[in-house]
Design a protein around this ligand. Structure first.
Ligand code: PCA
Length: 215
């Protein structure tokens, strides 16, 4: 059976001129692998507005799976996120100058949502292709966590069975010419995201392998 995967990527923020999340997911728009059809949309790095655009994209595409992607500058691996928390706390302003502190995303919502994606499987499959990947247990408290929490909140209310989650990705090399920070090539990121889509489409359940962080 055909499965449609909606990817989102963000516009550049924090003084960067590109955002690898959009650079990667835009290459997947219209891409098909087996019975998996991929589409992509850009969302703004803006609290609330990012969620409005995401809701519209879900309505427009009617996907089976939603994978939101964002830049996590400084990370060395492709990191599918485990948890979204009900908190907006911005160390820098978003692209429209919003800088919330100590605010819930949804005042009546739960403290956190788990991902709806088989993230351990996704990590294993990406690593099999020689690309560094690891589960992450925090998506931060900025717009990425906001979008991830809002996505899971929306999916929990919709009558349809749509699964969703979030993947953070590192800088691409051109962003690190003037700073000492790790990066991954865009080609590897695109390949990893394709693997994530195909793996999520093929499996609802996750594998039960060891994981966790000590700190
Ligand atoms: N990364 C930011 C927001 C947009 C993006 O690509 C974050 O991690 O919150």
């Amino acid at each position: 059976m055909e499965k449609k995967v909606l990817f989102t990527g963000f516009d550049p923020f924090g003084g960067e001129s590109v955002n690898p999340s959009w650079e990667a997911v835009k290459q997947l728009n219209g891409f098909t692998e087996g019975s998996v059809i991929m589409v992509s949309e850009q969302v703004p790095t803006v609290f609330d507005k990012s969620l409005t655009v995401l809701r519209q994209a879900i309505k427009k595409h009617q996907p089976d799976i939603v994978i939101c992607v964002g830049q996590a500058g400084g990370r060395m691996q492709i990191t599918p996120e485990r948890t979204a928390i009900n908190l907006n706390e911005a160390r820098i302003p978003d692209n429209e100058g919003n800088q919330p502190i100590d605010e819930p995303i949804s005042p009546d919502g739960p403290a956190a949502y788990w991902t709806g994606l088989p993230i351990k499987r996704i990590v294993e499959e990406i690593k099999k292709e020689g690309i560094p990947a690891a589960v992450s247990y925090t998506a931060g408290t900025f717009v990425c966590n906001h979008l991830f929490y809002g996505l899971m909140d929306e999916l929990s209310r919709l009558p349809l069975h749509i699964r969703g989650g979030f993947i953070h990705i590192p800088y691409i090399p051109e962003q690190t010419l003037e700073k000492a920070a790790p990066s991954l090539s865009l080609n590897l990121m695109v390949k990893a995201l394709k693997i994530a889509a195909v793996t999520a489409a093929a499996h609802e359940d996750d594998i039960h392998t060891g994981g966790g962080e000590l700190h």
